[in-house]
Ligand binder design. Structure first.
Ligand SMILES: [Zn+2]
Length: 134
């Protein structure tokens, strides 16, 4: 089995609802992501997937949709205020935890046809969540 891993970094703001702790306040993180793809065989170029293709498609999407945005749960009362101020938001049906952001990036990469097996997501240099497809 072959594996390739690409690193993606981006900045985002968020807060968690129904949660008591520092992450219940609007604040930001420097997200650090490792996305791992796996294949039993290689393509004609000897690759699982070209690293530059992962960058173009997955990092391109992260840069476009998540980077330097507030990532909030859809029912967060801050959504109305920030929308009024013209702030760019990314809304989720679930709390924007490291676990759910790992899954979000996993699902997006999968939807674009990449054989992703795991996404690791560091919310801080000390805290990492991972999502793996069943
Ligand atoms: Zn946080």
């Amino acid at each position: 089995m072959f594996q390739v891993t690409r690193e993606i970094n981006f900045c985002y703001g968020h807060r968690l609802l129904d949660y008591e702790g520092k992450c219940s306040r609007l604040h930001g993180h420097n997200g650090h992501v490792l996305i791992t793809l796996e294949a039993s065989g290689l393509d004609g170029q000897g690759m699982v997937v070209d690293f530059s293709e992962i960058k173009r498609v997955v990092q391109g999407w992260v840069d476009e949709e998540l980077d330097h945005r507030m990532i909030l749960r859809r029912d967060d009362p801050a959504v109305a205020v920030l929308t009024k101020l013209g702030e760019p938001l990314f809304l989720m049906d679930v709390n924007p935890t490291a676990e759910n952001l790992a899954r979000l990036i996993h699902d997006h990469a999968r939807s674009r046809g990449f054989p992703v097996v795991e996404v690791q997501f560091w919310e801080t240099p000390y805290c990492r969540a991972a999502y793996r497809a069943e």
